[in-house]
Each structure stands twice: as C-alpha cells, then as structure tokens.
Design a protein around this ligand. Structure first.
Ligand SMILES: [Zn+2]
Length: 315
C-alpha cells in the first residue's frame, strides 16, 4: 500500500507537475491529417475508433489485459497526453489513480469522459475509489450504446468537416450494438434463470447482471484496489456450496489466486466442486484482448464472455 502511494506521488509529481500552470494547453487541431486521440482504456479506444473511423488516430495508455483501477501513469505517458488533440477516458472513477489528472488538468488537456452524459439514474450506485457509481457500464450493451453520442459530438466540435462521417459511423454503430444487445438476450435465454449466478474475481459485472438477469458476486469489490480477507473467501465459498454453483470465472485483467483459494474452501468446507473457468476462456472485464484474440473488439468481447458464461453455467 505504502509503496503504491509513494510511487503515485513520485510519478504524478514529476509527470504532471506542470498541469494547470499555464502549460499552453493542447495542440490546436488544424484539420490536416487525423485527430490524434489518446484514450486511457482499450474500451474507450475501441469506441472512439468506431465513431472516428479514418479521421482519428488512437493511442491507448492502458493496453490489453491492463487493470485500469490500479494503473499509474508512467513518465512516458506525459508526452503522449501532451501531444494529443483529444484525450478520452471512461470516467466514473474507473481510472482510480488517473481521474484527478483529467479533472485538475482541464487547461492542459482537451479531455472528456465517455460516460459524461449518461443519466445518473441509469447508473448503479457503488463506492469506488472516490466515486459513487459503478464505472463498468459497458457490460450493459444498451447502456454502452448511449456513450456513442458524446464521442460523435466531441469529434464533430473539434473537426466540423467530419460531421457527416461521425454521424454516419455513430448511427451504424448504434444499430450494431442494438443487434448485439438482442443477441446477448437470446443467448442468455438458453440458461434457466436459476443457473444465472455469475461469480468473478471482482465486481465488474453488476450492469451485466442487471441487464440480463444474473445474480452477480465478486470476490473483490467494484474496484480491484480493495483488499480481500479470509471472511470474503469464506462468504463466497459458502455461497458456492449453498447454491451449488458449478463454475466461477477468472478475468483477463485480474490475478486469479484469490478465486483459487475460494474454490479450495468451497470443496473442503462445503463439499462443492467448482470449475475455475480461465485460460483462453477467461472473461474480458476491464480491458479488451490483444489484436487477433476473440476479445480484440467490444462486440467480440461481449460475444466471447456470453458464450463462455452460457456454456459453463449450462452444464
Ligand atoms: Zn473493474
């Protein structure tokens, strides 16, 4: 804990010392060449790429499999952020250690959160690294689709010549996500409601549960920065035994040792044998997969997760 706090202070101290001190602000976009966009997460990057098409060039700070809750900006990130015409982040305190950077760096960066215009009434309450809403909104496909307009509008504001392109891409992507939402409902419909209990490393799947009728449990809280102890593992192991849950799921961006300990307890204390679904079947939670993997895009991530979940819980 101490080490990470100290590291944060040192890194932020050196990397962002000039923030808010009249550093000149972001470079002007003069309509020549693509808009240089820096995104925090792969999910934000995927969204901006879909709406921006060839008119944007997207650089992502947190790569595939990187946990955004614990991510600390590196010295090299400074140059990338400074060079960006536009900085796009998830918001709702997903980027636990970076949220302040954007909130305090208003003059330095042209930055916005893709979740900025979501109706607070549509958000799940949660305590997370200083925020009061669950930031994992992409797990409700219809809710994630509502982040498309803010991206379209911000790109259009910066690059009015691309207005038609952005509007067309945004409409097409919204239609694609509406179809994806229906596809998820049809797939999940293959599971009897009693089997829809999803247990994962951390509480990333609350919106998924709300949208598609799953009871959801995570070993850790909504942020991976929360600690877990023996009591958390006992509580989860008891639940697995009581509900006779056949499988729990690892996530590509979170270590799985905690879940392994839960499964040992579930077997020893409650006689329940539980499969740990991982490896190539690990769920994509807070980050997309590398290029070429099933989770390289947002629709691919959702399809992979749903197929793995329906298969493992339907046995
Ligand atoms: Zn998370």
């Amino acid at each position: 804990m101490f080490r990470s706090s100290l590291g944060l202070a040192l890194v932020l101290g050196s990397v962002f010392a000039a923030a808010g001190c009249g550093g000149g602000g972001p470079p002007a976009f003069e309509g020549r060449g693509p808009i240089q966009v820096v995104c925090t997460t792969t999910l934000a990057a995927d969204l901006v790429s879909r709406v921006g098409g060839d008119r944007v060039e997207v650089d992502t700070l947190m790569g595939p499999g990187v946990d955004p809750h614990r991510y600390l900006p590196t010295a090299g990130d400074r140059a990338r952020l400074d060079a960006a015409h536009l900085v796009v982040f998830n918001g709702l305190h997903l980027e636990g250690k970076m949220t302040d950077v954007f909130e305090k760096g208003r003059d330095r960066y042209r930055a916005f959160a893709v979740t900025r215009d979501l109706d607070p009434a549509s958000l799940r309450p949660a305590e997370v690294d200083g925020g009061e809403h669950d930031p994992h909104v992409w797990f409700d496909v219809a809710l994630w689709a509502k982040t498309i307009p803010v991206v379209r509008d911000e790109l259009t504001k910066l690059d009015p010549a691309g207005a038609e392109v952005y509007a067309r891409n945004a409409d097409a992507y919204a239609k694609e996500l509406a179809a994806l939402d229906a596809e998820v409902r049809a797939e999940v419909g293959k599971l009897p409601p009693a089997r829809r209990v999803l247990v994962t490393s951390h509480d990333a799947f609350g919106y998924f549960g709300r949208a598609y009728g799953f009871e959801v449990h995570g070993l850790q809280g909504v942020s991976t920065a929360s600690e877990t102890g023996t009591q958390d593992r006992q509580r989860l192991a008891r639940l697995l035994g009581q509900k006779k849950i056949p499988a729990v799921f690892t996530e590509t961006s979170v270590p799985d040792d905690g879940l392994k300990a839960v499964l040992d307890t579930a077997y020893k204390d409650f006689g329940q044998k539980v499969t740990l679904v991982g490896g190539d079947d690990a769920l994509y939670s807070d980050a997309l997969g590398p290029p070429g993997s099933p989770g390289a895009t947002y629709p691919g991530m959702i399809r992979h997760n749903v197929a793995v979940i329906v298969n493992a819980l339907g046995k």
